[in-house]
Design a protein around this ligand. Structure first.
Ligand SMILES: [Zn+2]
Ligand SMILES: [Zn+2]
Length: 263
């Protein structure tokens, strides 16, 4: 089955431009230097019906949904519970009303740790005592190793984000690994034969919980996908200059980039 993978946001937690910053990248007129918070959208056609899955609903989710003409969401997969990946959850509300009328709440797949944070922050949505009538029609599901969504299998790829184990995902010939600082040895075996690998690469300077461009390049070489795309990019990396410095088969992604994927 063929699908489309769209980068809805390729920025780091603060987004680019970063508030209060007038550096060359933040001031750049190149649209590829404007990066919303990190998220991807996976779409495919199942027997004439368009299906849509989102990985993470960050603070820019509403704007991302508008830009990409998103009218429904069939499932959300969460990588982890940091603000840049979850705080747009409430903007699922209008889409969830449509999905709910068709048969039920939008399933949200999250690890136990991520679910606990979501339940705490969005207490008015998830609590048994919640009475807010316009709360999102969403239901948390434990994230297993493999999850089937309307004919597509999503495989969880454990990665480390500083001391936290978080989730990366593989679907068909593509994988999305964001907020990575280390890839456990066992996870490399789940990343063989990829056409598209998406990896986070924050900047050149080391960071305690995010890979640098150099670390990400090392993993890209080892995994050997046909094409590797970097995401979760900070304002230290200008699109054009950085892309010139990357080897063949590796490039920075940018908001709106859409790739054909085999699911
Ligand atoms: Zn992040
Ligand atoms: Zn994070």
């Amino acid at each position: 089955m063929q699908g489309l993978l769209t980068f809805m946001g390729t920025g780091t937690s603060m987004g680019v431009p970063t508030l209060g910053c007038d550096c060359e990248v933040c001031a750049s007129p190149d649209p590829r230097d404007k990066r919303l918070r990190p998220s991807v959208l996976l779409r495919w056609n199942q027997r004439g019906r368009e299906r849509a899955v989102v990985i993470d609903t960050g603070p820019d989710f509403r704007e991302q949904a508008l830009r990409n003409g998103l009218t429904r969401v069939d499932a959300v997969f969460y990588t982890h519970s940091h603000a840049d990946h979850i705080l747009g959850l409430d903007d699922l509300r209008p889409l969830s009303f449509t999905v709910f009328r068709e048969g039920g709440p939008i399933p949200l797949y999250a690890s136990a740790e991520t679910a606990a944070v979501l339940e705490h922050i969005f207490d008015y949505t998830f609590s048994r005592r919640a009475t807010y009538p316009n709360r999102a029609r969403v239901l948390l599901h434990p994230l297993g190793e493999r999850t089937a969504v309307h004919g597509v299998e999503v495989l969880r790829i454990p990665v480390m984000h500083g001391p936290m184990e978080i989730a990366g995902f593989r679907f068909g010939n593509a994988a999305y690994l964001t907020d990575v600082s280390t890839i456990p040895e066992e996870s490399f075996g789940l990343l063989e034969g990829l056409d598209h690998l998406v990896l986070s690469a924050l900047r050149h300077k080391p960071h305690p919980t995010h890979a640098t461009v150099e670390q990400a390049l090392g993993w890209a070489r080892r995994i050997g996908a046909k094409q590797t795309w970097f995401t979760h990019i900070a304002h230290e990396l200008g699109h054009k200059q950085t892309n010139h410095s990357l080897p063949a088969g590796v490039a920075l992604a940018y908001d709106g980039l859409t790739l054909p994927v085999t699911l």
